[in-house]
Write a protein of this length. Structure first.
Length: 255
């Protein structure tokens, strides 16, 4: 069991580093593992495609099997399959970037994205994570839960507009509940405003959808249309997955 936990911790560490490869000593120190044990574990994972190394054999990164496993997760998830066509519909109607994400601890993990062609892409990608307190998707899902579950803080600031205290976040979530959707005004990415809508086929909601738009193109009229279209899309999704069911014969996975 200890070996299995160490393997998972190593893969999570490499995944979190993204495009920053790590050296053997860094990994050994980060996980408090002897260099010899870490080297042996890395060689095993390299042989199976979970870790990759450079031509010198001194740098390590996440391997292609992590991608294949992640793709399998998305393909096997009934909710993602249901939501994808509606993301297309929202993207076509609004011409903006549309996301689906799932709450995972204190973060949200992006499960699907439909990119706008009107502006440069943001940091949000399938498989990427963002702190729940710092974006429309996360705040839409946090608002479905009691504030007693919020961490004490201070919270990590991603921009100058990110809520960094429990009190500020709780006040924002109260507005989200009253409004019925969340807003993210450059809290996660500078220059981008987001509108988040929890999908209530689970209780409390685990998934949410959002629309992201550049500040420079956001007018009052466009914001009103975004909210109207996204409300309609949410209603269609929730009607397609009634009562938390992923469809006839589907497996009800524990989150």
């Amino acid at each position: 069991m200890k070996s299995a936990a160490r393997t998972v911790e190593l893969l999570e560490l490499l995944a979190a580093r993204g495009d920053r490869p790590a050296r053997l000593q860094e990994l050994a120190e980060a996980l408090d593992v002897p260099r010899s044990s870490m080297y042996a574990l890395l060689q095993t994972l390299i042989s199976r495609g979970w870790v990759r190394t450079d031509v010198t054999g001194s740098l390590y990164g996440i391997g292609i099997h992590a991608l294949l496993t992640g793709t399998s997760y998305l393909d096997s998830d009934p909710r993602v399959r249901v939501v994808r066509p509606y993301l297309d519909e929202a993207s076509e109607a609004l011409g903006e970037t549309i996301h689906m994400a799932r709450l995972d601890g204190r973060d949200v993990a992006y499960l699907a994205t439909r990119e706008s062609h009107e502006y440069l892409r943001t940091i949000s990608r399938v498989g990427r994570r963002l702190p729940a307190h710092a974006g429309a998707l996360g705040k839409a899902l946090l608002a479905e839960r009691p504030d007693t579950g919020l961490p004490d803080g201070p919270y990590e600031p991603l921009t100058a507009h990110t809520h960094t205290t429990r009190e500020a976040l709780a006040a924002d979530l109260a507005e989200v509940r009253a409004r019925g959707y969340s807003t993210d005004r450059e809290e996660g990415v500078p220059g981008i405003v987001g509108f988040g809508f929890a999908l209530r086929y689970d209780s409390p909601a685990q998934d949410a959808i959002s629309c992201s738009v550049p500040v420079a193109r956001l007018t009052a009229g466009h914001e009103e249309r975004i909210v109207a279209v996204m409300r309609e899309i949410r209603a269609k999704i929730e009607a397609t997955v009634p009562g938390g069911s992923g469809g006839s014969g589907s497996v009800h996975w524990r989150r």
